[in-house]
Design a protein around this ligand. Structure first.
Ligand SMILES: *Cc1c(COP(=O)(O)O)cnc(C)c1O
Length: 402
């Protein structure tokens, strides 16, 4: 009990990405508690939906219990059906692919590009030209014989996908576009916020996302019929009648009012969060861009990335250690980092799904490391991350000799 330790104080823990609570979150949650609006109906849900739609610039927003549910329902209202195939990048969080499987549809994995790590749109076109045929007004995957009906671009780490050519391909082949914008709230494509011009997009408010409700998500669309249907399906397909009738199989996917209240408080501060993320990214880039063996992230000329997570790539030969070794060394120094997700097409659950020339994902998976990127990361904590990495790199480079 209260034992004093004599050895030097352990340096404080620097987490990868944690929430920043400093606004009206508690006030709004208390409003909900005081008025008994705690569950999935309530004024804060509507207010949060309206505020988010306004922020993004889209007409409609439907709050869900998490981002995965938002994507699941977005696929459903887009008309993706059992046995269809959906093009998904091989580098993403597993939820992107899982939601396709929830419908009994199958992901088809496409590579990401080397520079920005986003779905490789020219390669996707190449796949459609070389690996598919147009038959009875449908795009058929020659290898599997299945219909490809949709594509799910993922704006990875908050950097937007090149959407114009992607929508062009989608129009040519009648594909629905369901954007996984979980990591990209506030990101802009050619000056326009992700979600404003989307057919339909899903956002996430998980604990490590730009803004959080603990768990939560949002479907954003400009189509009123889709928004209405999304609201219906996420509310157990409850019919608008006095009788408790449910004519379809729905889902219990709505966001509780208390969490929406928290989201409102978070959203009020989003501009300062975005500024912080930008400053964090700029400082890392400044520190590492000349460092041997480190490649800093790039931004495409169409992109205004929110740098949700800042990820470097390590060249083992020149840096002197690989990404996992650096991860371990940083962990020993109480700094949390994280590798990129395991390539989706190599996961057990997806081994049998089709993938087209997935090459770049492997290298990114091996070399990438996400650095502490919390909105509230202090200057001195970021300095410690930078100095520790530079020091480790000096040490290994010195061992190499001249
Ligand atoms: C966070 C995330 C999701 C899912 O969000 P949850 O709210 O955790 O369900 C989906 N896709 C990507 C790319 C994500 O980063």
């Amino acid at each position: 009990m209260g034992t004093e330790t004599n050895h030097s104080p352990r340096q404080s823990f620097i987490p990868l990405c944690v929430p920043e609570i400093r606004g009206n979150e508690l006030n709004y949650i208390k409003e909900g508690l005081d008025t008994n609006w705690v569950s999935t109906a309530g004024p804060h849900v509507t207010r949060f939906e309206e505020a988010l739609a306004r922020f993004v610039g889209a007409r409609f927003a439907v709050a869900t219990c998490n981002g995965t549910a938002a994507l699941h329902i977005s696929l459903l209202v887009s008309g993706v059906s059992q046995g269809d195939e959906v093009i998904v990048p091989a580098l993403s969080f597993v939820a992107s692919a899982n939601t396709v499987r929830y419908l009994g549809a199958y992901p088809v994995f496409v590579d990401v590009d080397k520079d920005f790590w986003q779905i490789d749109v020219p390669k996707m076109r190449e796949f459609i030209r070389n690996g598919c045929r147009w038959h009875n007004q449908c795009l058929i995957n020659n290898t599997t014989g299945r219909k490809i009906t949709a594509v799910m671009p993922v704006h990875l780490l908050g950097h937007p996908v090149d959407m114009d050519p992607l929508y062009q391909i989608a129009r040519e082949y009648g594909l629905q576009v369901i954007e996984d914008a979980s990591e990209a709230l506030g990101a802009k494509y050619k000056g326009i916020k992700i979600g404003r011009d989307s057919q339909i997009a899903g956002f996430s408010f998980n604990g490590n996302k730009l803004i959080t409700t603990g768990g939560g998500g949002m479907i954003v669309t400009n189509r009123e019929d889709w928004a209405t249907r999304a609201r219906y399906l996420t509310t157990q397909a409850k019919e608008a009648s006095k009788e408790l009738v449910h004519n379809e199989i729905g889902y219990n996917y709505r966001l509780p009012n208390l969490l929406a209240a928290m989201g409102l408080g978070q959203l009020e501060q989003i501009e300062s969060y975005l500024t912080n993320k930008k400053n964090i990214a700029a400082k890392y880039t400044q520190a590492f861009k000349q460092c041997r063996g480190i490649r800093v992230p790039r931004e495409a000329d169409w992109a205004d990335s929110i740098s949700w997570l800042y990820a470097i790539m390590l060249d083992e030969a020149t840096f002197g250690m690989d990404s996992r070794e650096l991860l371990d060394k940083l962990r020993q120094r109480n700094i949390e980092t994280r590798p990129m997700w395991y390539p989706l097409h190599r996961l057990k659950s997806y081994e049998d799904c089709y993938s087209y020339k997935v090459e770049n994902v492997e290298n990114i998976y091996r070399q990438a490391l996400c650095l502490p990127s919390s909105v509230g990361l202090t200057e001195s904590d970021q300095d410690r991350v930078i100095e520790t990495i530079l020091e480790l790199s000096d040490r290994t480079n010195a061992q190499d000799g001249p």
